[in-house]
Design a protein around this ligand. Structure first.
Ligand code: ARG
Length: 574
């Protein structure tokens, strides 16, 4: 049961009955400060203008019409016209009883189940995944988990960059320098591949004849030439193993559907844009101009769908992918978790797709979910000491190693293999949590020290709170918690109950805003609220032991579920 929609609905009804001539939806929020009650309705200020009434009067009218019986104990008008609401104790107890019994912790199933494509990670073949792909992978996985938990069908797609001119260059280089690899009997390694990629790029930029041959190689590849295709497959396979290592480490599942998947559709897309009168010829290329977005000279931005050499582009592929996801995959929502540097690209693609009739915004929602940069201690783009972009695998290993050191210091008696296991979980969780706990559109500074701290808004703090509750349950030394109904009355008990009951609304908000940091914020305050409760309320050997243990249990379940939505597993000891 979500409390926000319940209160909002009550105030909607009040607006309709008090002011039948205005059309406005009520605005109810969680209070940010306990001094303002648990929730507040802020509608009076907005209604005052159209009604030509002072907000305070509007608030009085609303209170006269709103039905809050059995839900709200106290509704008070404060300031210009805020209505502060404090929930009724009996209501909290009965809501918590229901949520406790519910294996879903009160998270409702949707009226209408949606099919949602979440596209994330999407590294480029022959290049190593780097820290830039880390955010996409972690944020995308979390969003996919949130939508699944809310009862939707989620398709997780990895739009791997496995097609395009860079392959011409690389295949040509391999044919020239390492021809023995072409029969497919022997395989190169990923580091080799990346070295060759850099070398090939160097030749491509410096040597006109190499460039020409590379371009011819692209044509061969796209035409389905056997040798070229085999080399391409080898390159993809080697890269794929590199990514898989990281996905396994992070425990992330993805369906690979790379750019090459849409290859046959590309000429069809261009012909279709032409038939629809959208295509324009400009400097030898075929483009669609988008008026809404202007370049520096103030002219409409072009979306290039076919280059002067006849080749198709990244954008053509995205148009084909969008069409496929809606027309064939029947998605109701598509989410692209891609860095904010590509915002213009997506804006143009979405606009052209609308005009071409591939996507109707009234039927499908399509969102680019942009995210900011990962910065180093110097405030610049995160790099290794050698100046290269940090390799993801090194970064994850480093975090795990440091977690191991910290644990060894904190707990020298722990069995080394158990410690290594825990360090693995902690190191990876710390990286995920640190990434998810800042709003995705902000850049954030990567700091092992900060993310591995045991206090503050970190994975370790939340995990530790969970472990602590397990300890309390062990201390009580009972087979199972007697299921007596909640009859909470202590202030800290009630505070914790209110926080627990906000979990379903938190998930809804995270899905609505496509922002997993809503969940980390929530878990952090939940853990703090729990600590305050545990400081002031004795649990074991107290007359209230049963209901307090139930509160502990409900907190642990909520922490566990919340962490799982961030891709983080709980641990039993720390
Ligand atoms: N491969 C691209 C890159 O690494 C990201 C792909 C984003 N997705 C898309 N549909 N264009 O920059």
């Amino acid at each position: 049961m979500n409390l926000l929609p319940l209160l909002t609905e009550r105030f909607n009804a009040a607006i309709r009955s008090a002011f039948p001539n205005v059309e406005q939806l009520a605005e109810v929020t969680e209070s940010t400060n306990a001094a303002f009650g648990d929730y507040q309705c802020n509608s009076a200020m907005k209604l005052a203008k159209p009604l030509g009434m002072p907000p305070h009067k509007v608030a009085q009218q609303l209170l006269a019409h709103v039905d809050l019986l059995g839900v709200v104990k106290e509704a008070e008008i404060k300031g210009p016209g805020f209505i502060n609401l404090t929930l009724e104790k009996e209501f909290l107890n009965s809501q918590l009883n229901k949520a406790y019994e519910d294996p879903r912790l009160g998270i409702p199933l949707p009226d209408q189940k949606k099919r949602i494509v979440v596209e994330f990670s999407s590294p480029n073949i022959a290049k190593e995944m780097h820290v830039g792909h880390l955010r996409s992978t972690i944020i995308g996985d979390s969003l996919a988990k949130i939508f699944s938990e809310l009862g939707h069908e989620v398709i997780r797609l990895n739009h791997v960059g496995d097609w395009g001119t860079q392959f011409g260059m690389l295949i040509h280089y391999i044919k020239q320098e390492h021809p023995h690899l072409l029969d497919g009997k022997e395989r190169a390694t990923l580091p080799e591949l990346m070295r060759w990629y850099r070398a090939a790029k160097g030749c491509f930029d410096a040597d006109a004849s190499f460039k020409k041959s590379s371009q011819e190689e692209v044509v061969l590849l796209q035409g389905g030439d056997d040798k070229s295709l085999k080399t391409w497959e080898m390159i993809c396979e080697i890269s794929r193993q590199g990514y898989q290592e990281i996905y396994d480490l992070l425990n992330i599942e993805l369906v690979e559907r790379g750019e090459s998947f849409y290859n046959d559709e590309l000429p069809i897309i261009v012909a279709d844009l032409k038939a629809k009168g959208l295509l324009e010829h400009s400097e030898g290329a075929n483009c669609v101009f988008v008026d809404k977005y202007k370049n520096r000279e103030g002219n409409p931005q072009p979306l290039i769908v076919q280059k002067s050499d006849g080749g198709y582009t990244y954008a053509t592929t995205d148009l084909a992918a969008l069409r496929h996801r809606i027309r064939d995959e029947k998605a109701n929502q598509i989410i692209y978790v891609v860095d904010q540097g590509q915002s213009l690209h997506f804006n143009l693609v979405f606009d052209v797709a609308k005009r071409a009739g591939y996507y109707d915004p009234y039927k499908t929602s399509v969102n680019h979910v942009p995210f900011g940069l990962v910065l180093g201690a110097d405030g610049k783009k995160f790099r290794t000491r050698s100046g290269d972009t940090e390799r993801l695998i090194d970064l994850l290993t480093e975090s795990t190693n440091r977690a191991n050191e910290i644990l060894a210091e904190k707990n020298p008696d722990m069995d080394p293999s158990q410690r290594a296991n825990l360090a693995n979980t902690l190191g990876l969780s710390a990286v995920k949590y640190a990434d998810l706990s800042v709003h995705r559109s902000s850049d954030y500074q990567f700091s092992y020290d900060k993310m591995l701290k045991f206090e503050g808004n970190t994975a370790a703090f939340i995990l530790y709170s969970y472990v602590r509750i397990q300890g309390i349950k062990r201390q009580a030394d009972i087979q199972s918690i007697p299921n007596v109904p909640f009859t909470l009355s202590h202030l800290q008990e009630l505070n914790l109950a209110k926080k627990l009951l906000q979990f379903p609304d938190t998930l809804a908000a995270a899905a609505q805003d496509l922002a997993p940091n809503r969940i980390t914020d929530y878990l952090f305050t939940l853990a703090e609220t729990f600590n305050a409760f545990f400081r002031d309320c004795r649990v074991v050997n107290d007359p209230h032991q049963d209901i307090r243990l139930k509160l502990c249990d409900m907190t642990a379940r909520t922490l566990e579920k919340g962490l799982s939505l961030l891709g983080i597993k709980t641990v039993s000891k720390m």
